[in-house]
Each structure stands twice: as C-alpha cells, then as structure tokens.
Design a protein around this ligand. Structure first.
Ligand SMILES: [Cu+2]
Length: 355
C-alpha cells in the first residue's frame, strides 16, 4: 500500500529526482543497530509504519518512511537462521553396483517427490532417486558404465549425458537419438568412460519443466588435474537452478537451507559449478580467491584468478579455493535479486566457513 502511494507520489510530482542521492542512501541502506543510526532515523518516528515486505524504501522528501528497525529485525531473523534444517539432501554420491564383467551400474529412478527447498517451502518436484539434484555419479577413466533409467513419472522422459563423450544412440535426446521412455518403462544407457570429464546428466524431454523441476545431476569421470599437483581436502559440486518448481537454489536448496562449505584453514577445496538453470549466474566468493582451473571439464592451459565466476546455462566451471583466511565468507550469486533482498538473504546464497 505504502509503496503504491510512494510511487504515485513520485510519478505525479516528479519529486524522486529532486531527492538528493545521500538521502535515498540513508533510507534504503539497512543501518546498523547503533545509537548513531537510531539518531539518524529519529526524524521518521511517528510516521505510518508498514512492516510488510512490500514496504518500499525512499519516500519523496523523506516524509514517509518504512520501519527500518522492523526490516532489520526480519533480516536478522532470517539471516541468522542459517544453516537451516530441511528434509532431503541432493547431489549425494551414489555407489554403483559392480557387475560380473566389472561394469559399474547405476540405477536412476525418475519419480515425483515433495521437495523442501527451504524451511516450510515444499514443492512438487521431479527427482532421480527422490533427491534434487540427483545423485552424483563418479567413475574412473576407462570404466564401463551402465545407467538404468526407470521411469516412475506420469510422463515420458530420457537422460542426456552432457559433456560425456558417448555413442550417438546413447545421447539421450527424445525423438532425435531414441524414443522417449514412457511411464512404467526402463532404458539402459551404456557409456564408456573415455576421458576425465566434469559432466552432468539431465532430462532432454520436456526439458523446460523436467530439468527445472529437478531432473539433473552431476557425472564426474576421473580426477581433475590441478596446478602444482595441489592436494585437495574436498571436491564439491555447486549446482545452480533458478526456475521451475525448484527456483533459485544451490544444490536444490534456497538460503537459509543452503549448505555451508566448511573448510579447515590452509586446506584447498575444488568446487565444480554446474548451471542447470535458465540464466547466467555470477558466483562471487568473498575473501578468498577462486582459481579457475577448468571450463566444462577441460583443464585450462592458463588457470586464472577471479572473485566472481559467471556460469551460463549448461556450463561448468571448476575452481580451486585455498582457504587461507579464516572467517565466514559470503558466497553467492551476485545478481542481488537472486540472493539478497529486503527480507534478508535468500535463494543462491551460502557461506564458506574457514576455521
Ligand atoms: Cu543468479
């Protein structure tokens, strides 16, 4: 309500442009709860308050203002609830069944699931084996691999192996390389793990819905060669989504239910970003350098440092982070409408905690 009034006021009288930038800054920036901030805001006492998230910031002439203290309280409550517990965890390693001839066999069952994206937000998702993202498959170079897709969805599906060298008939694109797998049926994909890869798998049937609703996962082959033969303490997938039932998430969860990356000081961690979503996300890590070592699983001849790595749909970037500064480092998509708003952090935000 207040927002509409404010906007109407600004449009009718053209006052907005007359408001000096510093007064806008004062009112839009959540101030620290200090006495100075309290004094600065004291001229707004007694004005109409609107605690709803739609209460807007700058009012023409500073006559009307929202309740910044309520805003701070709401933000703090949400931000400090991190890491919040939710049901279900995606992107977990899946052990293969080893067949008599040494073939590593995985079974991925496509099925509907109620998926808790953040506390209290449960969506109707599609999943492999009941989790979003689906299990992480990791095999060695030279392995013979079979993946049995069982379709328990109410519509047909297929699996495409993105970034994995493969025979055409196994490429998993409905009506291009195979018939769609109908509900109740299975299909076995045969893959020879030819070379080290940071690949992923996803539906290629009604992809707009099936992928954004949860049908994707990571598929790693071999080990990434690292500069100076760096020993890593952890290898972590960070799988991005921004649409469908799953929405703005890291590994299938929205802040405050995203999982922090916990690292011991001095350790190195290898992170693989995967973008299963519909737009590019600049992944920004505070305080620690990201050394980009591979693009789409291909090791770079000249790794480079960045603090923000833009990951477009379908892409993978592998970054090496040396945890040389202790602290709780914000780690988020730098498109703020994907990660931070007037109710606090949300969506694609987590922390790298170095201790
Ligand atoms: Cu983003």
């Amino acid at each position: 309500m207040l927002r509409k009034k404010v906007l109407a006021g600004a449009l009718s009288f053209g006052v907005a442009l007359a408001v000096p930038w510093w007064s806008i800054t004062t009112e839009t920036t959540p101030a620290p709860a200090s006495s100075a901030a309290g004094a600065a805001a004291s001229d707004h006492e007694g004005t109409t308050h609107d605690d709803s998230p739609s209460a807007d910031a700058a009012a023409p002439g500073g006559e009307e203002a929202h309740d910044w203290q309520a805003m701070d309280r709401e933000m703090a409550k949400r931000d400090k609830s991190f890491p919040a517990k939710t049901e279900g965890k995606g992107a977990q390693p899946l052990e293969p069944k080893v067949l008599a001839d040494g073939t590593k066999q995985f079974t991925l069952t496509a099925k509907s699931v109620k998926w808790e994206v953040e506390p209290g937000k449960v969506v109707d998702a599609m999943s492999y084996n009941g989790a979003v993202p689906g299990p992480t498959l990791h095999v060695d170079v030279g392995d013979k691999v079979e993946v049995v897709l069982k379709n328990e969805l109410r519509e047909s599906t297929v699996i495409h192996w993105h970034g994995i060298p493969i025979e055409n008939a196994m490429d998993g694109v409905a009506n291009i390389t195979q018939d769609p797998v109908p509900p109740g049926k299975s299909f076995t994909y045969k893959i020879k793990a030819e070379r080290a890869s940071v690949g992923w798998y996803h539906s290629h049937h009604n992809g707009t819905e099936q992928v954004t609703n949860g049908l994707w996962g990571a598929f790693l082959i071999g080990d990434m060669p690292l500069p100076d033969k760096t020993k890593i303490a952890q290898e972590i997938p960070i799988e991005l989504q921004d649409a469908g039932a799953i929405g703005l998430t890291l590994n299938g969860k929205s802040f405050p239910a995203t999982e922090p990356v916990r690292v011991r000081k001095g350790d190195s961690v290898l992170i693989h970003y995967f973008n299963a979503g519909t737009m590019a996300h600049p992944m920004h890590l505070h305080g620690l350098d990201q050394l980009v070592v591979a693009k789409d699983g291909f090791p770079l001849d000249s790794p480079y440092k960045a603090d923000t790595v833009l990951v477009a749909p379908g892409e993978r970037y592998s970054v090496l982070v040396k945890a040389d500064r202790p602290g709780k480092w914000a780690f988020h998509c730098h498109i703020f409408p994907h990660s931070e708003g007037k109710t606090g952090m949300f969506g694609m935000f987590t922390e790298m905690i170095v201790s």
